[in-house]
Design a protein around this ligand. Structure first.
Ligand code: ASP
Ligand code: MG
Length: 409
């Protein structure tokens, strides 16, 4: 009989020091003794990646991409070899592999490479010999045989892609929180840990700044139908399952999340002629800035106002881009770095109405002014004053009874 195969990913905080590594080794060892095959994907220890980036910047303000990847990939290589040794110490047969050794091939784009193929032959051969295979997260090898990294948080993607390539029974993401919550428990004390969440909801959460899983890894898991489990490495208890179960449509609102990393840009008195928005947002995109919510008013005498939100750290780039933009005339530009985007997410919204109006009346009761509104079929988001975001989050959490367990739609 073939053994069940689990891919387990341990993030930086779960492998922060050698004590942590020993604890991870014990957990893996007990799964092996329970009769499982295990592939372990690890991040760099603790804040190692941040430290490597800081060192790179000390020697060059704008380091070469190839060398940057060469450097950053070393963080994960420390973890794989140490973890392998820790497993050996516990009498478990284990072998460590870099991304290249594990057959992870990427495209040519350094620092944010995409995985284009995985050849799991070598990993599989080792699993067939009942070895634990420990794979360095966040890296692969590109067509030039150079090391390429997958973007920050990319070890999640390594784990999901490995799970898909090996047709694993489950992909477990071990982290320092014990699952996905209805809201940030630091803001909402009675937030509830979710047993299940759909891929689409998790994607909304991930892109909204709930830093539990990297967005790209969730997209990948959805595409290849890899069931994920988010759980803590610090205790033994079930976490949150991310999958596509049918009955989950019954839940109207799954959770509420606040993104406090956005800034609002407003252009006043913009010419309202065809092509203006195209030129404006093309220029912003070319500056490498991700635009989120966009609002444009109907025009008065050929002029209108356009507001949009961007990540706070990109405001400088927008300012530079607006100085040299051509074919977009406006009277003035305003920047507001003290906003927050508060969002309610739930797949039940696809088939039910009334969520938006309840959001607005809850905020009205708090006398919170809504600056912008945006929706998707499973999300309602409002942009409000950052100072009011926590209070608004708590009020919405209460209004939708999110502490009570799933609300029937
Ligand atoms: N070590 C990398 C980072 O810190 C990759 C990861 O942790 O997922 O972004
Ligand atoms: Mg990480």
């Amino acid at each position: 009989m073939t053994k069940p195969l689990f891919v387990q990913k341990y993030g930086g905080s779960s492998v922060a020091d050698t004590d942590c590594l020993r604890r991870v080794a014990s957990r893996v060892a007990s799964d092996v003794r329970d009769g499982r095959n295990v592939v372990v994907v690890v991040s760099a220890m603790g804040k190692t990646t941040d430290r490597l980036i800081a060192m790179a910047r000390e020697v060059h303000a704008n380091p070469n991409d190839r060398e940057y990847d060469q450097l950053l990939s070393t963080g994960e290589q420390i973890t794989i070899s140490l973890l392998s040794m820790a497993l050996h110490h516990q009498g478990i047969d284990a072998v460590s592999m870099t991304g290249a050794q594990a057959g992870i091939r990427t495209d040519a784009s350094h620092t944010k490479a995409k995985i284009i193929a995985i050849d799991p032959k070598r990993v599989q051969e080792n699993l067939d010999r009942d070895r634990v295979v420990i794979v360095a997260g966040f890296q692969g090898v590109n067509p030039d045989m150079d090391v390429a990294t997958l973007g920050r948080g990319g070890s999640d993607l390594t784990a999901v892609a490995m799970a898909a390539a090996l047709k694993a029974d489950r992909c477990q993401i071990f982290t320092d929180v014990d699952g996905v919550y209805t809201a940030d428990p630091r803001v909402v004390p009675n937030a509830r840990k979710l047993d299940v969440i759909t891929f689409d909801e998790m994607l909304e959460f991930a892109s909204m700044g709930a830093k539990v899983l990297q967005s790209r890894s969730v997209e990948f898991a959805k595409k290849f139908g890899v069931e994920l489990e988010v759980l803590t490495s610090f205790e033994t208890k079930p976490g949150t399952l991310v999958n596509e179960a049918e009955q989950m449509e019954d839940v109207l609102v799954r959770g509420v999340t606040a993104d406090k990393n956005q800034a609002k840009v407003t252009l006043r008195g913009v010419d309202d002629t065809p092509g203006v928005a195209a030129r404006l947002f093309t220029a912003v995109a070319e500056a490498g800035v991700n635009v989120d919510v966009i609002v444009q008013n109907i025009s008065l005498e050929g002029h209108t106002d356009i507001s949009f939100t961007v990540p706070r750290e990109d405001v400088d780039k927008v300012q530079i881009c607006l100085k040299k933009i051509e074919g977009v005339n406006f009277r003035e530009e305003l920047y507001d770095g003290s906003i927050a985007k508060v969002s309610l997410v739930g797949v039940g919204m696809r088939s039910h109405t009334g969520v938006a109006s309840k959001v607005f009346s809850t905020l009205a009761d708090l006398k919170v002014n809504i600056q912008m509104i945006s929706t998707s079929e499973i999300r309602v988001s409002v942009v409000i004053d950052e100072k009011l975001a926590d209070e608004a989050t708590r009020a919405l959490h209460a209004a939708f009874d999110l502490d009570q367990g799933p609300e029937p739609a």
